[in-house]
Design a protein around this ligand. Structure first.
Ligand code: UGA
Length: 478
């Protein structure tokens, strides 16, 4: 059955949903207050780097199933209206529902009786029950349909969801059935819940991902202390279906526009309800520590000491986006690390395949080889696969000291070692090139740049620090 669908908000969630529903044959009208964005969409320009999205938008516009507008009036007469507005964190960490509430007040005046309002935005638990108050009317059925789209994979995730959640009170209301029916072409399991469960499931999922990634970062730190390799440890863990292989990669910390915002909202909700959620709080704190740990590792690699002065020290950064496959810099750990190095006096030059804009305190260049020029250390901060394929010999020739801190473990250890680089990973043994041109895993060097802790458990047998041999230590030219 063809539905007349309205979508409010044309960000990556709204635009992806609009384009995918249009591709399923529904009549979709997407509205956004950003007139410039709507003008670009009307001209066929999609400024989100979502694979497949531009094609779907062009197809929908051509077929007449997808139209854009700036006025809410375009949503009048729609049978289902999806709310895809941002809910950024307010000062106390709870989502700021101001723009959401304002839009609903205006929507309440124009929607026809019976229109189903579907919330895709991530909203505090209990918001569904407050919608009639926001709308100023109680005759519109309300459904919660949180999204689980990853940036950079939004179209794929929409079309091949691992689950679709449709929440309503009661869960089997006619409006909920109608929304669930929309997803039939995806073949996904539709989980029918109460509104509160649907709203909480979204936060709980992102919160769990944050805990899992922080857990992997903590295990990676243990690996460094005990000469284990996080790549092997997480491969073993991931084979247990109760754990699963995803979100076990260490890095400079988790970021983006969702996990930081949603963990803080979940903690705020827990506080408001008097629930002690120390597990999540610790994961958030550990995430801040992880960024600081990466700064120390890079500082150590560049100066030979975790406390070395960074004044005037040149550091080349590869990657600024919060993850590969996106140009998004929001809450990017890479940006935080680069900015902190610059704040401490380092001369930071950065390259990211998707980012061209300059940033506060450091220079962004459009050539990866420029970042290596006279650098005392390189740091890979985003896991772009193309970094593996750089000409590492050329980078080594340009650098002052061929040492690279690979915070995402994305580089080919053999290739970089053969090019003459000492590579410091996260939770992996340090690889130092040797005369045989095969990388040698230096268990002793492990304790160099990344070792910060002096409070190791006495009973265990941690790897000993390499000592202060500055001629052969990490970061020195071999
Ligand atoms: C996240 C969720 O994964 C989506 O399911 C959800 O729909 C979305 O938020 C949202 O709420 O809208 P996204 O923000 O696109 O998606 O990013 P993720 O792919 O989840 O990555 C988040 C952060 O975790 C990134 O900084 C990434 O580098 C980091 N990460 C990921 C790790 O540090 N380790 C890992 O193993 C995986």
């Amino acid at each position: 059955m063809v539905e007349r669908i309205g979508v409010l908000g044309a960000g990556y969630v709204g635009l992806t949903s609009a384009a995918c529903f249009a591709a399923m044959g529904h009549q979709v009208s997407a509205v956004d207050i950003d007139a410039a964005k709507i003008a670009r969409l009307d001209a066929g320009e999609v400024d989100l780097a979502e694979p497949g999205l531009a094609g779907l938008v062009a197809e929908g516009t051509r077929a007449g199933t997808l139209a854009f507008g700036t006025g809410l009036d375009a949503l009048a007469g729609r049978e289902l209206v999806f709310l895809c507005l941002p809910t950024p964190p307010g000062e106390d960490g709870a989502p700021d529902l101001g723009p959401f509430r304002d839009a609903l007040r205006r929507l309440g005046r124009i929607l026809s009786p019976g229109t189903v309002l579907v919330t895709k935005s991530t909203v505090p638990v209990g918001t569904a029950g407050r919608l009639p108050g926001f709308l100023g009317r109680a005759d519109l059925p309300v459904v919660s349909n949180p999204e689980f789209l990853r940036e950079g994979h939004a179209v794929h995730d929409f079309r091949h969801p691992d689950r679709v959640v449709v929440g309503a009170d009661p869960p089997d209301s006619p409006a909920a059935c109608r929304v669930a029916q929309l997803y039939a072409p995806t073949g996904a399991d539709v989980v029918r819940t109460s509104s509160a469960s649907a709203e909480l499931a979204k936060y709980a999922s992102n919160g769990f991902l944050a805990v899992k990634a922080s857990y992997a970062n903590a295990v990676a730190e243990l690996c460094e202390q005990y000469a284990a390799d996080i790549r092997e440890v997480s491969a073993v863990m991931g084979l247990d279906p109760r754990i699963g292989p995803h979100f076990l990669a260490p890095g400079p910390g988790w970021g983006g526009s969702c996990l930081p915002k949603d963990t803080s909202a979940l903690l705020q909700a827990a506080d408001a309800a008097g629930v002690e959620f120390s597990l999540l709080r610790d994961a958030v704190r550990a995430n801040a520590r992880q960024r600081a740990r990466m700064v120390r590792a890079i500082r150590s690699a560049a100066t030979g000491s975790p406390d070395g002065s960074l004044d005037g020290v040149r550091i080349g950064v590869l990657g600024l986006a919060f993850k590969a496959g996106t140009a998004d810099l929001r809450e990017s750990p890479a940006v935080a690390v680069a900015a902190e190095l610059a704040r401490r006096g380092a001369e930071v030059t950065a390259y990211d395949p998707a980012v061209r804009s300059d940033a506060d305190g450091y220079l962004v260049v459009d050539d990866p080889y420029l970042v290596a020029k006279d650098a005392a250390a390189l740091a890979v901060l985003t896991e772009w696969p193309e970094f593996r394929d750089l000409d590492w010999r050329r980078l080594a020739a340009a650098a002052d000291r061929p040492v690279v801190v690979d915070t995402r473990n994305v580089l080919d250890p053999f290739a970089v070692a053969e090019a003459g680089f000492a590579r410091v990973g996260v939770g992996t043994p340090m690889e130092v090139p040797d005369a045989c041109s095969r990388p040698r895993l230096h268990p002793q060097a492990l304790a160099g740049p990344l070792q910060q802790r002096s409070d190791r458990p006495a009973a265990a047998r941690p790897v000993r620090r390499a000592g202060g041999d500055r001629r052969t230590g990490p970061g020195r030219r071999p």
